[in-house]
Design a binder for this molecule. Sequence first.
Ligand SMILES: NC(=O)c1ccc[n+]([C@@H]2O[C@H](COP(=O)([O-])OP(=O)(O)OC[C@H]3O[C@@H](n4cnc5c(N)ncnc54)[C@H](O)[C@@H]3O)[C@@H](O)[C@H]2O)c1
Ligand SMILES: [Zn+2]
Ligand SMILES: [Zn+2]
Length: 348
Amino acid sequence: MKALVYHSPDNISLENIPMPKIMLSTDAIVRISTTTICGTDLHILKGDVPTIKDGRVLGHEGVGIVEEVGKDVTSFKKGEKVLISLITSCGRCSFCKKGMYSHCKNGGWLLGNSLDGTQAEYVRIPFADNGLYLLPPDADEEAAVMLSCILPTGLECGTIKGEVQPGDIIAIVGAGPVGLATLLTSKLFSPSKIIMIDIDDNRLEVARSFGATNTVNSADGKAYEKVMLLTDNLGVDVVIEAVGLSDTFDICQSIIAPGGHIANVGVHGKPVSLKLEKLWSKNITLTTRLVDAGTTSLLLKMVLFGKLDANKLVSHHFEMKDILKAYDTFKNAAHNHAVKVIIRNKDF
Ligand SMILES: NC(=O)c1ccc[n+]([C@@H]2O[C@H](COP(=O)([O-])OP(=O)(O)OC[C@H]3O[C@@H](n4cnc5c(N)ncnc54)[C@H](O)[C@@H]3O)[C@@H](O)[C@H]2O)c1
Ligand SMILES: [Zn+2]
Ligand SMILES: [Zn+2]
């Protein structure tokens, strides 16, 4: 089968590799119809995620058809259309019992990390009863694939961890797919102002069309001054970091109002400096979270019933044979006006 294989930073290729096989009785094999690329895959290409080894198939987002199930998979059968969650969970360990599936002792974020992922024709899904979600045969696959990672990430790591409350003034640093997913889910809690900060004017325009009340291009280094102008010099109640850089974390630390919440979502490959000399007296809360994907079912219902326009996030389409072009397009998002790039396997 064809698969996108990682070798070393900035060295990936589309290759023919053996098909995955059922290894445990709780596994399923899914034939991928639709997949996509995450900002985390770009961090992997930069060498920011050291758990990825030479030869790994990348990708943790996907929709497909169940091809085969192990004998202990009870909720799915061959031929059903499914959404794949990026998180693998056994459902039995102490972390799963606490709902912290991302830290499952037998799972966590494995796909496209320490196990072969979804940017392929087929993928093996461990603990398939927990990691798959049944989709109606006519489900919009492009909307559904936004539920594998970015919508649960935006809701859990951004909106919920940041404790967005009705009336809050919030800022989201990074208007990539995860920042935009955070924007969409933050609206469920009725903030009064949503200030979107990025260096890409196209993505800021997309953010306005999604309901951002204000946008700030921070390329001139003046994010702090611009946000203070928008907030009567108070700063914001909640700021969500959705980039993963020291500069963008610094913006968060500078614009947070007393009593505010900084919710870090970005994957950081390098240290940041915590400005405790300024923050110690500001009564702030700082949170980090790896997405648990415990909200996938509720988000799926919202997408299926038209309450969340997930397919608005899609900007480009490619076939699997052109996946390297899809990576180039997503890597150079500003130049290409890209948000989320869809990759389809042919014959679907
Ligand atoms: N915590 C989690 O569980 C989790 C899950 C998924 C993704 N993530 C992380 O979320 C982050 C966002 O993902 P994405 O898919 O939206 O990525 P992306 O790379 O598509 O988007 C990042 C955005 O940041 C902007 N940006 C870059 N440098 C900037 C700067 N100096 N100032 C302001 N904006 C800047 C870019 O223009 C882009 O719009 C990534 O770090 C990703 O790894 C975390
Ligand atoms: Zn992701
Ligand atoms: Zn577990």
